[in-house]
Ligand binder design. Sequence first.
Ligand code: TYD
Length: 146
Amino acid sequence: MISRCAEIKCRSVYDAAIIQFPKILDDRGNLTFIEARRHIPFDIARVYWIYDVPGGESRGSHAYRTLHEVIIALSGSFEVFLDDGMAQKTVMLNRAYYGLYVPNMIWRRMQHFSTNAVALVLASKSYDLEDYVRDYEEFKRMNLKL
Ligand code: TYD
């Protein structure tokens, strides 16, 4: 099948991928580390985390025009719902040694947080309100060029 993205710069949910970080098993407690240019496919400009999420709440229903990110379930579990305007994919994160790489121009939502879940996000840019696409129809138009 010829990719619908072949001639336009749109993104597919299949561009999102799990990254496995090093895991140092130890009877005293396990350890995982990330080195900026070794494990992450972009330069990290910002780190933030989401925590104390009430049951049933979701975060981040939007896309970024240019920002790339890696999302990690540091504690507990949650799902990341991804949508490129055509295909959808839901990824469950529940291990502190996995990260989900999400490129720009993917609609994404974090949902179904467990009690005490902590979502750590490594981002390729500083906070920039202008980089957000919050209107789903606008996002689809941008990504699919409809
Ligand atoms: P936002 O990214 O809009 O969260 P969500 O998509 O889950 O609704 O962020 C919520 C608020 O936090 C918003 O007012 C901006 C602020 N914020 C920052 O100031 N810096 C940041 O790095 C982030 C992620 C958010």
